[in-house]
Design a protein around this ligand. Structure first.
Ligand code: ATP
Length: 226
């Protein structure tokens, strides 16, 4: 049984930690995974909410069963796994269903996240931890993080990249975009913005500059808690 998740628990944990917690967010297809990989190469540890969401929905889990009870077997593929494309189509057109899916998955996602966090904190007490959360701002999770990085691309490029990557229609991408806060509104919450509109060399250069700031912030945090 999943315990009721509370960000207070995480905040208490966070306040005792030497680790620098960085929230990495941005709209769908803005380049969060691409940028997270760059920071990971530089030395950041990564927790990705998309990967956790995949894991908790794996066939046979409690979360999987709850989702099938509500949405039915129509969202399964040939092998009996949840077809995320089908599920996504159902929920992005329907706010009630989207909220229901959040209700069914979030306790499991948060529990998995907290367990993961505790594990990497024990093993790497002075590290920089980036947490990739697509809806960090929408779910008002800003106060948990020491620093927030937003990956920015304008809406038309977001559209183009997602259509190519996921082989979906313009209408489907637009439905997903409509369910998220417009990227321009998110920018006010950023400590750092990475403009990922152009080529990857430029993105890497920006990430390199930000990494230097993160190292300084991390050292400051470690010295404060000494
Ligand atoms: P999602 O919100 O769906 O998880 P994301 O924000 O993690 O997506 P990525 O998967 O990193 O975004 O990038 C989306 C697509 O855009 C990918 O196909 C990626 O290869 C491509 N991409 C990322 N950055 C660039 C860039 N600077 N130039 C061209 N293509 C890019």
């Amino acid at each position: 049984m999943v315990k009721e998740f509370s960000w207070d628990n995480i905040s208490k944990f966070h306040n005792r930690s030497n680790q620098l917690f960085v929230g990495l967010t941005g709209g769908i297809g803005s380049g969060k995974t691409t940028v997270a990989n760059i920071f990971q190469e530089m030395g950041a540890l990564t927790i990705d909410f998309d990967i956790i969401a995949h894991k908790v929905m794996e066939t046979g889990t409690k979360c999987f069963k709850n989702i099938i009870d509500y949405f039915g077997t129509q969202i399964l593929d040939f092998h009996g796994n949840i077809n995320r494309k089908k599920l996504s189509k159902l929920v992005f057109n329907n706010i009630k269903k989207r909220k229901k899916l959040e209700q069914l998955t979030h306790p499991f996602i948060y529990e998995n996240f907290f367990n993961h966090l505790k594990k990497i904190s024990n093993n790497n007490p002075n590290s920089i931890v980036q947490v990739v959360i697509p809806l960090l701002i929408e779910f008002n999770l800003m106060s948990f993080f020491d620093k927030i990085i937003i990956v920015y691309v304008p809406c038309d490029i977001q559209n183009q990249r997602v259509i190519i990557r996921d082989n979906i229609t313009k209408q489907e991408t637009e439905n997903i975009l409509k369910s998220q806060m417009p990227i321009e509104e998110k920018l006010q919450f950023a400590d750092f913005i990475i403009d990922n509109t152009k080529d990857l060399v430029r993105t890497k250069n920006q990430a390199g500059n930000i990494w230097n700031h993160l190292i300084n912030a991390s050292l400051e945090k470690i010295n404060k808690t000494k």
